[in-house]
Design a protein around this ligand. Structure first.
Ligand code: ADP
Length: 167
């Protein structure tokens, strides 16, 4: 039985993330979407909100579960008994950072393998941060995220727009 950990901040989960989780679940027995509770970035949703949004988004995927974690990702992988960590790679920008992180993870956890999925063509240019800006400015994001995520972003809309206008 191979468990794979797909870790990230998922702030919030997008169709690009769901695509990777779906494809990973076709390969592995179990996929855990690990929501890193305290990433070093400004967050729109707290950890509980990110977990709830992700859970609803992958409820139809029977082999996928969602958990939040703190501390090192490799420690969480070990706690789960995951031999594999999954990441998604978009054409522009992701490779260098993912490679650096993979090398560091390999140093501290040589027993865990990294499997990268190339982002599907339609999600190559989809990032949670850009999608949030489009949403904050009233743009249509329904092709980028599930409906309940778009609704949750709309609820946060005023705050985001205020922040955007101030910056
Ligand atoms: P992190 O803060 O760890 O980068 P993210 O939530 O931004 O967390 O992303 C989690 C993983 O999903 C990363 O491997 C990222 O490259 C990948 N990813 C993000 N957006 C997409 C997308 N549109 N298509 C495929 N993979 C993606």
């Amino acid at each position: 039985m191979i468990t794979a950990l797909y870790a990230g901040s998922f702030d919030p989960i997008t169709n690009g993330h769901i695509d990777i989780a779906t494809r990973a679940s076709n390969l592995f027995d179990k996929v855990v979407i690990g929501i890193f509770a305290t990433p070093q970035k400004h967050l729109t949703f707290n950890a509980d909100e990110r977990v709830e949004l992700a859970k609803r988004a992958v409820a139809h995927l029977k082999k996928v579960e969602v958990r939040s974690y703190r501390g090192m990702t490799v420690d969480f992988a070990r706690e789960l008994g995951a031999k594999v960590m999954v990441r998604g790679l978009r054409m522009v920008g992701d490779f260098e950072w993912e490679f650096e992180m993979a090398m560091m993870n390999k140093l501290v956890a040589p027993d865990i393998e990294l499997v990268c999925f190339m982002a599907s063509q339609q999600y190559q240019f989809l990032s949670a941060s850009l999608m949030k800006e489009v949403s904050a400015l009233g743009g249509d994001i329904l092709s980028l995220v599930p409906e309940h995520v778009a609704a949750a972003l709309k609820n946060k809309g005023i705050t985001l727009t205020e922040r955007f206008l101030k910056s």
